[in-house]
Design a protein around this ligand. Structure first.
Ligand code: ADP
Length: 261
């Protein structure tokens, strides 16, 4: 109780009486601090690619410097700039998606053909893996009631993480099954794994176990934060089991009410 923050305002002050109004602002302060953190992190994430791009553009304005740079080097720099610009596009669209999810704007639920969606997502994950992983799928013919775009982004994020954090030769398994409580979507990998102390913070925005590894694999650090928000909106729960060096399993449990046979 002592660690709560109170804002005290003096309303009236007379000889024999004082009126003070006190308001608990702990929650407001916490939300403000989170917002400040988010803006600081997002600015930092955007500044890194911008520095690369503007550095090269400045150099490119000097005709002598460009004339002395071999064409292959110029092309290498162009590719680098393009990659950085693409990364900014993904980052901005992840930020927009998060802000839309947090705005509590209701989106219309539809009947999602999960087997079809999972098949499409598996093809996309195989393209990302570029033949480096083995894929397994076990999918029941059950539909889910929810937002198509949001559920699609949950599957994209879980599968692309499995690919990005699993070294070549690893196995990625996708399962969609029915249980007594509802339905379960699980994505397992035989990848790098996550130490237990990181698990509770994994769905925080921009939280990464290893920054370099995340950046090298084009991560924005927002994937699991998006997953968390979508699951809250679908009354679903996320559980993570992981062992360092052995792999991870992300399990999403949907309630019975959201299933359609
Ligand atoms: P990122 O874009 O960095 O992957 P995410 O929000 O998707 O951001 O994930 C947060 C962090 O959780 C990652 O940086 C990574 O350290 C860890 N992580 C997520 N999925 C996996 C996985 N399948 N295996 C190992 N680590 C993972």
């Amino acid at each position: 109780y002592l660690s709560r923050q109170l804002e005290v305002t003096l309303i009236e002050f007379e000889e024999e009486s004082v009126i003070l109004v006190s308001r608990d602002i702990t929650e407001t302060e916490r939300v403000d601090a989170m917002r400040r953190d988010f803006i600081a992190n997002a600015s930092h994430e955007l500044r890194t690619p911008l520095t690369v791009i503007s550095g090269f553009l400045e150099y490119a304005q000097d005709p002598d410097a460009m004339a002395n740079t071999p064409v292959e080097e110029q092309q290498r720099q162009m590719k680098l700039m393009h990659r950085q610009a693409e990364h900014m596009t993904i980052l901005v669209s992840d930020m927009l998606m998060l802000s839309r999810l947090e705005s509590e704007m209701r989106v219309e639920d539809v009947d999602i053909d999960m087997p079809r969606l999972l098949e499409q997502q598996l093809i996309a994950a195989q393209a990302l893996s570029n033949g480096q992983h083995e894929f397994m799928a076990d999918v029941v013919q059950v539909k889910l009631r929810g937002s198509h775009q949001e559920i699609d982004s949950v599957i994209t994020n879980l599968l692309s993480n499995a690919v990005r954090y699993t070294p070549a030769g690893g196995v990625i398994s996708l399962k969609w099954s029915v249980t007594q409580e509802g339905a379960v979507l699980s994505v397992s990998d035989t990848g790098v794994g996550i130490a237990p102390e990181h698990l509770p913070r994994l769905t925080e925005r921009f939280y990464r176990v290893n920054k370099d590894q995340s950046r090298a694999s084009k991560g924005t650090g927002l994937g699991l934060a998006i997953v968390k928000h979508v699951l809250i909106r679908h009354q679903a729960e996320l559980k993570i089991h992981s062992n360092v060096g052995e792999g991870s399993t992300f399990i999403v449990q949907f309630p019975k009410e959201r299933l359609l046979k």
